[in-house]
Design a protein. Structure first.
Length: 732
């Protein structure tokens, strides 16, 4: 009897042991930067058990990773990333249910002076970086809107285009992976030619970057698309926007603003591919009051009868493709961009157009080849436009087709010449062509540049570091046939007081330029206007000082940043009426922009973010006319402030944005001003995993919550309150 009981006990223990080993366990985790508390993607995670069986995965864009079907036992976890110190930890699986683990990586210490890395300098030069590490937060939102919300330095100017620090929109250069999007005809651009799902980050160089481009006196926005992405990832999203001001009645037909996108990545042998497709169809039928309260002059002297903004529909289709592969110690990146858009042109308050539109089709091919320190890039882009404006006024009436092409070649080689000194030599060639009846046919311009970057780094100790970057660019083109010397230098100093406090100081000087666009040079001679082939380059000189103080305590981090800048502009191109009544462009105006930017940020792990910015900007125009000389530039507020907050609770995220725009002037004599106003946005999102199928993200957002009637673009109506719903699904 006793032997029988003993056999039952042994059988029970054997069954328990077998069950324990048959049962599978799951380990989930997220990886963060120990210093900044920000998520870390593209880290390699290795998990090895006592039998030396090893599993490997890569952290996703939200820093998460998962190991499934694990047996109970003791494991050794190792996390590796190029920018961080290796992390190791022993984990026991099977004793109790594992919650999501959080791992924090420490940045690598500064290397010795004789080793100079390009990445070290890129992190320390003056630029603002907007990370797109969480695609579910940006789907259904235009890139232009994301930049406006994320950066206090990016604004919409009086032409309805993005501008940095009070500059004109055609002074701002837009680039995608080193490819310039600005057209040679007008220097204009469309930011929405690339889907946000394809973007890794956006770099904003507020005072330009001669290493990227000779032009850009109004700054450079460089869009960097994804290079390292998770294989076999599929994401789809859909969003709908509805306009509803206080004066409006609910109308089901108002749900006519749609956005759909899909993103897919996959791997074939040593090739990494991704493709992104986005379709947008906006009717933009919102009500508005004629110029509203902010423009007191029009508000008092015109009937304030609500109108419906009609004839402002937008249709956009974007496709992006990238292939990254390595072959015999060489790396290749091939990308293709296709963007089609049709935008109705509705004129303004006083001159409404009918049956007017602009269609455009852009294609671009970009090839990068790299081997060791040698790199070659070639870009070919083509833009076809058709503009039709049916207006009773002859000066506005247009029916034209334009074809623009751009070929760009760059060869660069980086090497170290001495301890702590690195040199990067670049040779660039660019060919711009435009064919349009507005400039009397085909026009061409060949641009040549020789660039040398010199980088120096010296570490006084593990806590103190000095870096200096000087860039020299020698430029010439086939129109003015002269050499232009451009120069910039930035000195940076970093002091780490202890493990929780850090101070960064930098001082930068730069001289940059903007070339006259083809419309200013070659505009056809007609009754109303004519071009001027004797135009000179617009010149900018900027001095900028920046300080950044960082403090970490516990799981929290505080950043305090202050920037003071001085920008002097010379030979700005303006169109003036001559004695015969014809408008022609001339180099006449100068300008001065003084500014002070302040930012306070607070982070608590991945649960709470608070960013507050306060900017002061004094813009002056020098026109040599008593009525307008030394006056403030129109639509440039002296004070602007922004508060952006995010709170994450379990699967929910609550976010808000408060944007204050101070007093602005409507005319060049500064006799008519515009009242300050607030814009408030708020929303909530919910994210949940659906078993092993994937995860879903739902978001509801209210824009212009207070239904403010405001004006940013002269005589162009701005929408009141709107509601936007977005659904994003990511497949496993």
């Amino acid at each position: 009897m006793k032997n029988y009981n003993l056999q039952k006990i042994l059988l029970f223990l054997i069954l328990v042991f077998c069950f324990q080993n048959l049962k599978s366990w799951t380990l989930e985790g997220r990886i963060f930067d120990q210093e900044t508390q920000k998520i870390v993607s593209d880290a390699h995670i290795f998990l090895e058990n006592e039998d030396f069986n090893k599993k490997m995965t890569v952290s996703q864009e939200d820093g998460s990773f998962v190991f499934k079907k694990l047996k109970a036992g003791e494991y050794q976890l190792k996390i590796s990333h190029l920018s961080y110190q290796d992390f190791e930890k022993k984990i026991i699986i099977g004793k109790q249910k594992l919650q999501e683990q959080r791992f924090f990586l420490a940045s690598k210490a500064y290397l010795l002076d004789e080793i100079v890395l390009l990445e070290d300098f890129e992190k320390e030069i003056s630029k603002e970086v907007i990370s797109f590490d969480k695609p579910e937060k940006i789907t259904g939102i235009a890139l232009e809107e994301i930049l406006l919300k994320s950066s206090a330095n990016v604004k919409i100017n009086e032409n309805g285009k993005l501008a940095i620090r009070g500059s004109k929109n055609n002074h701002t250069i837009i680039m995608v992976d080193g490819m310039k999007l600005n057209s040679a005809l007008y220097q204009d651009f469309d930011l929405n030619t690339i889907a946000p799902a394809s973007i890794e980050k956006v770099e904003i160089y507020k005072s330009g970057n001669l290493g990227l481009s000779a032009t850009g006196i109004g700054g450079i926005i460089n869009i960097v698309t994804k290079e390292n992405f998770e294989n076999n990832q599929t994401r789809i999203s859909f969003s709908e926007k509805y306009y509803q001001s206080d004066r409006d009645k609910f109308k089901p037909e108002g749900f006519n603003n749609h956005n759909f996108s899909i993103f897919k990545s996959f791997k074939i042998k040593n090739h990494q591919f991704y493709a992104s497709l986005q379709y947008q169809d906006f009717e933009n039928n919102f009500s508005y009051i004629n110029a509203a309260k902010v423009d007191r002059y029009r508000y008092l002297h015109h009937p304030n009868i609500p109108r419906i903004n009609e004839g402002a529909a937008e249709q956009k289709l974007n496709f992006n493709f990238k292939d990254k592969f390595d072959f015999r110690e060489q790396s290749f990146i091939l990308s293709y961009l296709l963007a089609y858009s049709q935008d109705d042109l509705y004129g303004n308050y006083d001159f409404l157009f009918s049956n007017s539109y602009q269609k455009s089709l852009r294609q671009a091919f970009n090839l990068k080849w790299k081997r060791n320190r040698l790199e070659f890039q070639t870009v070919y882009s083509q833009l076809n436009k058709h503009t039709l404006i049916d207006s009773k006024m002859a000066i506005y009436k247009t029916d034209s087709k334009e074809d623009l092409t751009n070929l760009f070649l760059k060869l660069s080689y980086y090497y170290t010449v001495w301890f702590g000194i690195g040199i990067d030599n670049q040779l660039e060639y660019e060919r711009e062509t435009a064919d349009s009846p507005k400039i009397n046919g085909l026009r061409k311009r060949n641009n040549f540049s020789l660039v040398q970057k010199m980088r120096f780094a010296h570490s006084f100790s593990s806590k103190r570091r000095l870096t200096n970057q000087a860039i020299i660019r020698l430029y010439s083109n086939t129109i003015n046939k002269k050499f232009i010397f451009l120069f910039s230098e930035e000195l940076s100093f970093r002091q780490r007081f202890n493990e929780i406090t850090d101070l960064n100081l930098s001082l930068k000087y730069s001289k940059s330029m903007n070339l006259p666009d083809f419309s200013s040079l070659f505009w056809i001679n007609n009754t109303f206007s004519s071009g001027n082939q004797n135009l000179k380059e617009e010149i900018s000189r900027t001095i900028e000082g920046r300080s950044l103080f960082e403090m970490k305590f516990g799981d929290s981090k505080v950043e305090l940043e202050n920037t003071i800048y001085y920008k002097r502009l010379k030979d700005l191109i303006i169109w003036v009426k001559n004695s015969s009544g014809k408008y022609i462009p001339i180099n006449k105006e100068g300008g001065l922009i003084l500014g002070n930017e302040n930012r306070l940020s607070y982070f608590y792990l991945d649960y709470f973010d608070l960013n507050w910015s306060l900017n002061f900007m004094d813009t002056r125009a020098y026109t040599n006319k008593n009525s307008t000389d030394n006056k403030r530039i129109i639509y440039r507020p002296f004070i602007a402030s922004k508060i952006n907050s995010k709170l994450r609770i379990a699967n929910f995220e609550i976010f808000s944005l408060v944007n204050y725009t101070g007093k602005m002037y409507l005319n060049e004599t500064n006799s008519i001003d515009i009242d300050p106003f607030y814009l408030v946005d708020a929303g909530i999102s919910y994210q949940r995993k659906l078993l092993d199928l994937g995860k879903i993200n739902l978001k509801i957002q209210v824009k212009n919550l207070l239904d403010e009637q405001y004006q940013l673009v002269y005589q162009i109506p701005m929408p009141g309150r709107s509601y936007q719903f977005t659904i994003n699904y990511q497949f496993n």
